[in-house]
Design a protein around this ligand. Structure first.
Ligand code: TRP
Ligand code: SF4
Length: 324
């Protein structure tokens, strides 16, 4: 039997090329080897979202990005977290075996307390428990994640061990599968793409928007004049060339160092390459976007299939806890 993969993404905005290179391509590739379950975690999003009006739209935007990138609804379950409410039941039950001290130590929690001191809600503390419920409800063996999510996965494993210890072998202890791409830095030089608006290129962006974003991105700050030799190793544009201009990467490095190419031309080349490599995806995305009823169908079907697995797990959990 194939092993099962589960991963989730928060519907906070449209996906950008950083998500694409870091996560989505990986999700798509994993379909060859695993039975995959991919979830838009809207309940997790609520921990940092006071105005929920755009939520429905965000959910659909991510699903469009995923489908356009090659997720296959025949093989893969794609659904919205809240459509399978069993996860909230499991979350409550898992919270009983999770010491509060474990949650207070989680780095993302501490970060959120700093980011949103006016909204340190109860849900935020339980965020990793809800994530553990996601992963274990769907009996995932493998969880593809970025490095920033490792503490959450470690916590899931600890919760599983504790639960199984107390109530007998019930839940599967998942392993992390780190995405092979490093973090994609922001176009404004910040440490991560998507952290602040304007520093990312959305998958759904038009070729023109893509070019504008690239042209205004920061490069090697030491290269102020056209004749200054550049330092490609510190330049974000150069690192993006690594993904989109692989065959020319050695030339770009040399030409930048020797001041043979200016940043404007270098950026134009990158914009062209990004646009040509995303052309097919963007076409498929706009075709799908024109068929909202199809997306509804995909999500209804996904939730139905997910729920079958969820009910079975929850039944076992409740039995072993002597609730039924
Ligand atoms: N916490 C993850 C993030 O911020 C999203 C997430 C929720 C998730 N549940 C998950 C990721 C389960 C992997 C598995 O990106
Ligand atoms: Fe960066 Fe290209 Fe300019 Fe070199 S030429 S600093 S790699 S944008």
């Amino acid at each position: 039997m194939k092993k099962r993969v589960f991963s989730g993404a928060r519907p906070t905005a449209r996906q950008h090329i950083g998500n694409y290179l870091g996560a989505i391509q990986n999700y798509v590739a994993l379909q060859e080897e695993y039975e995959c379950v991919y979830c838009v975690v809207d309940i997790h999003a609520l921990t940092s979202m006071e105005d929920t009006r755009p939520l429905q739209e965000y959910n659909r935007e991510i699903v469009l990005d995923w489908l356009a990138a090659g997720m296959d609804t025949e093989r893969t379950i794609i659904f919205i977290q809240s459509h399978v409410p069993e996860v909230m039941e499991l979350h409550t039950l898992l919270s009983m075996v999770t010491p509060l001290s474990w949650l207070m130590r989680v780095p993302t929690f501490k970060e959120k307390v700093k980011q949103q001191p006016e909204n340190v809600n109860y849900g935020l503390v339980g965020y990793p428990v809800l994530q553990a419920a996601d992963i274990t409800l769907y009996k995932a063996d493998v969880v593809p994640i970025g490095e920033d999510q490792l503490p959450h996965l470690e916590l899931t494993r600890e919760i599983v061990r504790r639960f199984n210890n107390q109530f007998g072998e019930t839940l599967i202890e998942p392993v992390a599968k780190l995405t092979s791409f490093p973090r994609i830095v922001g176009l404004d030089g910040s440490d991560k793409m998507g952290k602040t608006s304007g520093n990312a290129i959305e998958l759904a962006a038009t070729p023109e928007e893509t070019e504008v974003r690239i042209m205004t991105a920061v490069t090697d700050p030491a290269r102020r004049y056209r004749n200054d030799p550049g330092h490609p190793e510190v330049c974000n544009i150069y690192s993006l060339h690594g993904y989109f201009s692989e065959s020319q990467i050695a030339d770009i490095f040399r030409q930048c160092r020797a001041a043979e190419i200016g940043c404007v031309d270098c950026k134009k080349l990158l914009a062209e390459h990004i646009n040509s490599s995303l052309r097919a995806l963007r076409e498929k995305r706009s075709e799908l976007a024109a068929r909202p009823e199809y997306i509804t169908e995909v999500l209804t079907d996904g939730a139905q299939r997910a729920r079958i697995i969820a009910r079975e797990t929850l039944h076992q959990v409740k039995q072993n806890m002597r609730l039924i």
